[in-house]
Design a protein. Structure first.
Length: 268
């Protein structure tokens, strides 16, 4: 069994996330001067993403020199410990460049073929979530409530799509959610923020089509401690894969099973 992260290490990663948030906020406060480079249609990368990832990479390498690092903006270090830190410097870049608050910094630990620990910091919402194997999941230091069941009379599902997902698949997914599953849906443009909504009980679960490992590596171990499961088969999934998955209570997963090819990866 994977041992829990030491308290000193937990504190170090939490502080690193907060400090990275300060770096991001400096860019956010000067949005009119932030250069934006397009990686694809509605898929943006800014100097802020790159600076925050550099800051996270340097901090993790200093604190955990034997561990690997894998990041959205290209950070890649193999390491020798068998552990890999998976980082998303700003999940919700489109929201960030539009001046919205739906973006967050995500730091997850991948060990023994599974996500084991995570820290998420949403600076503009003053929310920091921490949790993982052997650790209670918390929001701003307060223990998160356990999640269970599915009330069909007010069921709600978060939905997220990679920008290149075909319109037909997006529409079929939304049709299924609304008609077959009988749920409302929310799409906020950030998998991390959507998974925070799952953690807080604001939605019952999340459907991600074309998401990346860095979008959910931090959130899943936090959610797992409060009864939320995912369909990702990590032992047969490469960290660079694009994922099609569901995350929620067992009852939610059962309700959305027909639209999810469990453990699937996508060729984009």
């Amino acid at each position: 069994m994977t041992p829990p992260l030491e308290k000193s290490s937990v504190a170090a990663v939490e502080q690193l996330a907060r400090d990275a948030g300060a770096v991001a906020l400096r860019h956010f406060e000067a949005l009119s001067t932030v250069p934006v480079e397009s990686k694809g249609h509605l898929d943006l990368v800014t100097a802020a993403d790159q600076d925050v990832e550099r800051f996270l990479t340097e901090g993790l390498a200093k604190a955990f020199p034997e561990d690997g690092i894998f990041g959205e903006e290209g950070a890649a270090h193999q390491g020798t410990s068998g552990r890999t830190w998976v980082v998303d410097p700003i999940d919700g870049t489109f929201n960030f460049v539009r001046g919205g608050d739906q973006w967050a910094i995500s730091i997850g630990l991948y060990e023994a073929g599974q996500p084991t620990f995570g820290v998420i910091f949403a600076p503009l919402r003053s929310q920091i979530l921490v949790g993982g194997i052997g650790l209670a999941s918390t929001l701003n230091g307060e223990r998160l409530a356990q999640r269970s069941g599915l009330d069909s009379s007010r069921a709600s599902c978060g939905v997220g799509f990679h920008p290149v997902i075909p319109v037909e698949l997006r529409l079929e997914t939304l049709r299924f959610v609304l008609e077959d599953a009988g749920m409302s849906f929310r799409c906020c443009g950030s998998a991390t923020l959507s998974l925070i909504e799952v953690a807080l009980g604001q939605v019952d679960g999340y459907l991600g089509i074309g998401e990346s490992s860095w979008d959910l590596m931090a959130a899943l171990p936090i959610l797992d401690q409060i009864g939320i499961r995912s369909t990702v088969d990590w032992k047969n999934t490469d960290l660079s894969s694009k994922l099609r998955f569901a995350c929620g209570t067992p009852e939610f997963l059962q309700a959305v099973a027909p639209i999810v090819d469990f453990g699937a990866t996508l060729e984009l």
